[in-house]
Design a protein around this ligand. Structure first.
Ligand code: F6R
Ligand code: MG
Ligand code: MG
Length: 365
């Protein structure tokens, strides 16, 4: 049995109204194009959206970073951009930062999370898709899922989890990576991942090297060298039988966590778990939100999805997120609702400051 690869590749190629949601015509086009590859490049596929981001979920046997798979995703985004331009959707083609496909879609704008594994006798997979935030948003949740026994009792009572997990952390500024073996090194790891704008968890592995989770870590502004909206990351997590259970994986999302993004990619806001019917950004272009689709992967076929946050069990966190949103919004343009000056470097604020630069006079000591 060949290994199965899951590739989740996403881009914002236009939305309506403003940066709110993807148009159904884009989803339809993408779904058709991927279905046409079934039995050829792909085993299976599913297309959805979170806010203004078009999400391509694909399974195949070609491994991660496969040129043909990435090219297919790029072509889907190009075709959808044509429709977005015809409809004059907002931000048509916004995340396609390169003129032509260059062999690997990483570094060209779209976000990519991929993993390859030997299928178990039954293989549940959860796919998280976010809008109006950045890749480091997953740090808190991955820590809770794979390293916190107060969230994941399996770390204590299941011998298959008791050894803990290895986290691969990327430094997005210095473009370097490091692995932390947890629980032994959780304090060292937290020294970094507590700063999610720079340090992001890219992969989580079992101690024997088997992949457990993968995230997208593309930062649009770092690729483009200018502000082009937030990166709106995706994440793949395997569950059950040697991994945290499905319920242990989604439990951390009952905590209202503040993330960077929201309006103009410049504000902290609560990260709200929602069902697909609520995966549309409205209030203050947000709040930042996340959907989770659950599948059983069966010889590469995607059995599902189950809309995991479409559950009254998540109603209370949604209420608490709205309360936090009210508290933060009352602060208007003041930090810490607005991001720190260092993070604002990646927004349009420096352009405003440049125009005001000559007005400043030195203060005599
Ligand atoms: C956030 C986002 C929106 C826009 C805002 C202004 O990621 O995409 O909040 O930043 O709507 O958009 P423009 O500058 O296109 O008018
Ligand atoms: Mg947009
Ligand atoms: Mg978006």
């Amino acid at each position: 049995m060949p290994k199965t690869t899951i590739s989740v590749i996403k881009a914002d190629v236009g939305s309506f109204p403003g940066h709110s949601r993807t148009h159904p015509k884009l989803i339809e086009k993408a779904a058709q194009m991927l279905k046409a590859e079934r039995g050829k490049l792909l085993i299976d596929s599913f297309v959805t959206h979170c806010g203004d981001d078009l999400e391509l979920i694909m399974t195949h046997n070609r491994g991660v970073d496969n040129k043909e798979i990435h090219k297919l995703a790029w072509n889907v985004f190009l075709e959808c951009t044509k429709i977005a331009k015809d409809l004059k959707l907002y931000g048509a083609g916004q995340d396609l930062l390169a003129d032509a496909f260059a062999g690997n879609i990483r570094g060209m704008g779209p976000g990519v999370a991929e993993m390859e594994f030997d299928e178990r006798s039954s293989d549940p997979v959860l796919i998280f898709m976010a809008d109006k935030t950045e890749p480091g948003a997953w740090n808190f949740y991955l820590y809770k899922i794979f390293a916190d026994p107060f969230n994941t009792p399996g770390l204590i009572i299941d011998p298959a989890l008791h050894d803990g997990f290895v986290f691969e952390v990327h430094d997005l500024v210095k473009k370097r990576k490091v692995r932390f073996s947890c629980p032994k090194e959780i304090y060292s790891m937290l020294a970094y991942i507590g700063a999610p704008s720079r340090y992001v968890i890219k992969h989580v592995y079992k101690k024997d090297g088997v992949i457990a989770a993968a995230t997208s870590t593309q930062r649009l502004n770092m690729i483009a060298g200018r502000y082009v909206g937030k990166d709106d990351p995706v994440m793949i997590v395997r569950a059950q039988c040697g991994f945290p259970s499905m319920g242990e994986v989604i439990e951390p999302f009952t905590t209202p966590v503040l993330v960077a993004g929201w309006m103009r990619g410049s504000h902290h806001g609560p990260f709200m778990p929602v069902g697909l019917c609520d995966a549309n950004c409205t209030r203050f272009d947000g709040p930042p939100r996340v959907i989770c689709f659950g599948f059983q992967v069966s010889n590469g076929a995607l059995i599902g999805p189950a809309d995991m946050f479409d559950d009254p069990g998540f109603d209370r966190v949604r209420v608490r997120c709205n309360e936090l949103a009210d508290t933060l919004r009352a602060q208007g343009p003041f930090e810490p609702h607005r991001l720190s000056l260092e993070e604002m470097e990646y927004t349009t604020l420096p352009l405003v400051e440049k125009a005001l630069e000559k007005r400043w006079e030195d203060i005599a000591e």
